[in-house]
Design a protein around this ligand. Structure first.
Ligand SMILES: [Zn+2]
Length: 290
């Protein structure tokens, strides 16, 4: 289990003392279908349906009630996804871009959960109720005991992306071994989850030019790193301001009490959402911007 723990210290930056802003209470139903809806298990296709204004108000009220149940204030509604994605991905024959943030002026951040060791059913319930979008970067060695767990999260509309077969430090491997790790997981994830990932997160954030070449040859379109890293209670900020910035990609992990000093993944996620809400940000779906 511990092989998947990132080497960063758990001692981290203090919670930013940035201004707490009230959150707008506009409907997010445009972006996410209602939990109570019979169609809630579908993802992007449902997003484009047009619920009535009453339906949207009911859905929003249900989400706000769910936030309170989890001891949280609701996040603001995210803006509509951009018509043109702001990050240029690899074109045929081109290099794979390496990104840590999304260029935007909006007060939005992007959540990513890595590895897949912890498989707490309560986390599925939480994310179904709160309708917070996130991206999963999955390692086969961590998920192979229960692929089905992540299908439930995928069915909520969340993306499944590539985090290698066995979580090596890719910089220690030669080109062909890197290709094996990346293409192997690409095939595995496509077999299990139906679509081939477009995004690669190299374990530990370590990559080199062989990684870029391997990613391209495996059909991936971008290498995605991160700006901020969620610990147990606090966020570890890269910027000395100790605050979130528009477009930040946030790293979190599928970790449970044995790795979080007794804290559950839902408690950790509640802490994460609280930091985001307190700084007046909300969460958007990474795949809508990449
Ligand atoms: Zn990892």
């Amino acid at each position: 289990m511990h092989r998947w723990i990132r080497g960063t210290a758990l001692v981290c930056a203090l919670l930013a003392t940035g201004a707490t802003t009230g959150c707008g209470a506009e409907s997010r139903a445009d972006a996410r279908p209602a939990a109570s809806s019979a169609t809630s298990s579908a993802s992007s296709s449902v997003r484009h349906s047009q619920p009535s204004r009453d339906d949207r108000r009911d859905a929003r009220a249900a989400v706000e009630a769910a936030y309170r149940t989890w001891g949280l204030k609701p996040l603001a509604a995210p803006p509509a996804p951009p018509a043109v994605k702001p990050v240029k991905l690899r074109a045929d024959g081109g290099q794979v871009p390496v990104i840590s943030e999304i260029p935007t002026q909006e007060k939005i951040v992007f959540l990513t959960f890595d590895d897949g060791a912890e498989k707490d059913p309560e986390f599925v319930t939480m994310m179904r109720e709160l309708k917070v979008p996130f991206t999963m970067f999955l390692t086969d060695a961590a998920i192979r005991a229960d692929y089905g767990y992540f299908k439930k999260l995928q069915a909520l509309g969340n993306g499944v992306q590539n985090h290698t077969l066995t979580h090596p430090d890719l910089r220690t491997l030669g080109a062909s071994a890197q290709r094996q790790e990346i293409c192997g997981q690409q095939t595995r994830l496509k077999d299990e989850y139906g679509t081939a990932p477009r995004l690669l997160r190299p374990p530990y954030g370590n990559w080199n030019e062989d990684t870029r070449a391997a990613a391209a040859s495996c059909g991936l379109e971008a290498i995605v790193l991160w700006r901020e890293s969620m610990q147990i209670k606090n966020m570890q900020y890269q910027s000395p301001t100790g605050k979130l910035h528009p477009g930040d990609i946030i790293l979190a992990h599928f970790r449970g009490p044995s790795e979080l000093k007794g804290t559950t993944i839902t408690e950790m996620t509640a802490n994460l959402l609280r930091h985001i809400q307190e700084q007046g940000f909300t969460v958007a779906a990474l795949e809508d911007y990449l």
